[in-house]
Design a protein around this ligand. Structure first.
Ligand code: 5AD
Ligand code: SF4
Length: 448
């Protein structure tokens, strides 16, 4: 490849989970520290980072079509880097199939982007999918910018090896970032304007560390320490595994005011046979009992989950157990997916792969049940007065959108007695509910 002039502008496109959004922001900061600036909306960037997701099928195919779309009329392309989990899982294939790609960088190696960029400018094509012992976080620039709601990765990787999932292979083993680094990053985010921090991890509740006095603590200890930062008003965490839901973390939901009443706790399926085949190491019953314990200390908690329909061998009767679990739980919201065989995972070669049309039909029924559940949850909140963190403008003049403590999307309008701004925490009364959002009335006075 010929040498290229140093790129002046960049664009990072992140797909998939919130951790990818966080990684994308950190890569942008890293490129900013190298003197690059973000390309304007609609303008071509000299360097494009595709921060990819590998969790379900088609994600990899999407990367190739995105690469194709970046090609200019004369056949040339900007500098392209493929990052994220597809880079980790299929780096060599990408290099072989897509000559326009100059850099392939895995999720644990992106702190090395500046060196890779120099090599790419010299005309080389470089791949770095190492999972080095040194952590990328130490090599990244400090946080300088933040919106009112910020992500903070505290834990990465997964040791659970659910039989359908690529995460243990793409993100590696469970690791926890050190307590002091996290407090420092949270302080920086708060100084930059964050009122809400969402702690991220593939198994966030497996986080462990030592506090300032050297005592061993879990995620609840970290949450309590963050709650002591005066500028922070709201704390959330995601995604949790049922088996790592400690009594301390449950108690934190009762005792820490800043910890929001929301719990994303994926169960995946309602049949114990399917759960066993998924290697989930919990049963439907143990999951429901766990939720009872959470509800006992925090009766208003909003529950969320992930579901997979059509796992290999799933029968109609077993799927009906998933529907029954949804009824029994009363989710505030949830994500549901058709099973997608991932290369290299045990489930991909299991007998009894379910036909696509059966999966489609089950997904429709499950989503209808989940919509009913969300609507019922939202309707039950009508009449409540709560705080909303204002995130953006609505479609109409003077209309705003934000999140309730229960992570509901709430819209409301300015009133003669007060106007909202992005980043405000305002008090509202919830007045009308749909399955995906609520309408509210702004109360006076507006909290700064
Ligand atoms: N097929 C379908 N859904 C999957 N998920 C993970 N792997 C797969 C797969 N192979 C879903 C799970 C997980 C969420 C992040 O993605 O529900 O909780
Ligand atoms: Fe994947 Fe299971 Fe780990 Fe979640 S707990 S990341 S579903 S292997």
């Amino acid at each position: 490849m010929p040498a290229t002039p140093p790129p002046q502008t960049y664009r990072v496109k992140s797909f998939g989970c919130q951790m990818n959004v966080y990684d994308g922001e950190r890569m942008a900061e890293l490129l900013g520290a190298q003197g690059l600036t973000a390309a304007d909306e609609g303008a071509e960037a000299d360097l494009v980072v595709l921060n990819t997701c590998h969790i379900r099928e088609k994600a990899a195919e999407k990367v190739y079509s995105d690469i194709g779309r970046l090609r200019r009329e004369d056949g040339s392309s900007p500098l392209i880097a493929v990052a994220g989990c597809v880079a980790q899982a299929e780096g060599e294939e990408i290099m072989a199939r897509a000559p326009a790609v100059r850099m392939v960088v895995g999720p644990q190696a992106y702190h090395r982007l500046p060196e890779m960029l120099r090599a790419a400018q010299d005309g080389r094509r470089v791949t770095d999918t190492d999972m080095p012992a040194e952590t990328k976080f130490a090599a990244l620039p400090q946080r300088r910018r933040s919106g009112a709601s910020a992500f903070l990765t505290v834990q990465e990787g997964c040791d659970k090896f659910c039989t359908y999932c690529v995460v243990p292979y793409t993100r590696g083993a469970e690791t926890s970032r050190p307590f002091a680094d996290l407090i420092a990053e949270a302080e920086r985010l708060a100084e930059a304007g964050a009122l809400e921090i969402t702690l991220l991890g593939q198994n966030v509740n497996a986080w462990t560390g030592e506090d300032a006095k050297g005592r061993a603590i879990g995620l609840d200890g970290l949450i309590r320490a963050l709650a002591a930062l005066p500028a922070l008003r709201r704390i959330r965490y995601t995604t949790s595994h049922p088996n790592d839901m400690t009594q301390g973390l449950i108690a934190a939901h009762a005792e820490v005011d800043k910890l929001m009443p929301f719990l994303h706790l994926p169960v995946q399926a309602g049949s114990d046979r399917v759960l066993k085949a998924m290697n989930r190491s919990h049963t439907a019953e143990s999951y429901l009992r766990l939720l009872d314990r959470v509800r006992a200390v925090r009766p208003d908690i909003a529950l969320s989950g992930d579901f997979i329909v059509g796992f290999p061998g799933e029968t109609e009767a077993e799927f009906a157990e998933t529907l029954a679990l949804v009824e029994a739980t009363g989710y505030a919201q949830a994500f549901s997916f058709k099973y997608s065989p991932r290369p290299g995972t045990p489930a991909a070669t299991m007998d009894g792969q379910v036909a696509p049309e059966v999966m489609d039909e089950r997904l429709q029924r499950l989503q209808a049940a989940l919509q009913r559940s969300s609507l019922a949850f939202n309707q039950a909140s009508v009449g409540r007065t709560c705080e909303v963190l204002v995130e953006r403008r609505g479609r109409r003049e003077g209309q705003w959108l934000g999140k309730s403590p229960w992570l509901q999307s709430v819209h409301f309008a300015n009133e003669p007695w007060g106007e909202a701004r992005i980043g405000d925490l305002v008090r509202v009364t919830l007045v009308e509910a749909g399955p995906n959002s609520l309408h509210a009335r702004l109360l006076a006075p507006v909290a700064a």
